[in-house]
Ligand binder design. Structure first.
Ligand code: FE2
Ligand code: FE2
Length: 262
């Protein structure tokens, strides 16, 4: 189960150069994963860049912003060309854990940004924030990240550190934008002040973060995990609508089209 938490380990059997490189880096985890390895498939280049970026951070190597930018621009062009449904199906089928989650959130956020008419620059900024939003989880033990049942309070407290860990990892990276840092640190904040880590409320939460938070929750609900089948998109959208007050109502209504698009 632990070996599933970082999707990078779930794609290493694929015959692409970049992925083989990840395979070498992740040797130890590969051994655990071998039995459950998915069938070999053609892998999107954005996915491969994403995999090596997560692997680097997990192994204490510096994060290269250019990797996040490359992965994000590949995802933007894929979602723009083939639509969100294709991307969701593809990513859910072949990748698991935090890695799958970030790929899904990026696809959803980009589709949302495009749909509400964000400029190209804003879609990029939103996409990069989504790509990196849970990067702090690369420093959280896999045993907690991929625990199938309910987390105990101590584990809960550890997992709630991931936005601040991600922020600390990224704040010194040259070229990182304030919007990305904002998204990474604040994607678990709610408009009513009940979120974390800073307990922000209302106007303290930027539009980019509001879009990212909706995309994050939706992606978490529709993702496939070893212990959970993906929730239908209509059901996930209903749950989001029940969170109005924490999430912006007007944005939730705008999100309907993205959430339910065929
Ligand atoms: Fe998160
Ligand atoms: Fe997330």
């Amino acid at each position: 189960m632990q070996a599933h938490a970082l999707g990078a380990t779930a794609i290493i059997s694929r015959p692409k150069e970049a992925i083989l490189k990840v395979a070498q880096i992740e040797e130890a985890e590969t051994a655990k994963e071998e039995d459950a390895a998915p069938p070999a498939v053609e892998t999107d280049e954005g996915v491969a860049v994403f995999a090596s970026m997560f692997s680097n951070v997990r192994h204490g190597r510096p994060l290269k912003l250019v990797d996040a930018q490359r992965a994000t621009s590949k995802i933007i062009s894929r979602v723009g060309k083939d639509g969100l449904s294709t991307w969701l199906d593809e990513v859910r089928r072949y990748h698991e854990g935090t890695f799958q989650h970030c790929l899904l959130v990026t696809g959803v956020a980009v589709a949302f940004g495009l749909d509400v008419g964000f400029s190209g620059g804003d879609v990029s900024r939103l996409g990069i924030a989504a790509t990196l939003h849970d990067i702090g989880k690369a420093r959280i033990p896999l045993s907690i990240l991929d625990k199938p049942g309910r987390l105990d309070p101590e584990e809960e407290e550890i997992i709630r550190r991931h936005p601040a860990i991600g922020y600390d990892l990224l704040k010194g990276v040259s070229g990182i934008s304030p919007e990305t840092l904002d998204g990474v640190r604040h994607h678990h904040e709610y408009l009513d002040g009940s979120g974390y880590p800073d307990g922000l409320s209302g106007s303290q939460i930027s539009d980019l973060v509001r879009l990212l938070t909706i995309s994050d929750i939706f992606a978490a609900l529709v993702e496939a995990r070893p212990y959970k089948p993906p929730m239908a998109r209509q059901d996930a959208y209903q749950i989001l609508c029940g969170m109005e007050g924490k999430l912006e109502g007007a944005l939730l209504r705008a999100f309907r089209k993205v959430a339910l698009a065929a």
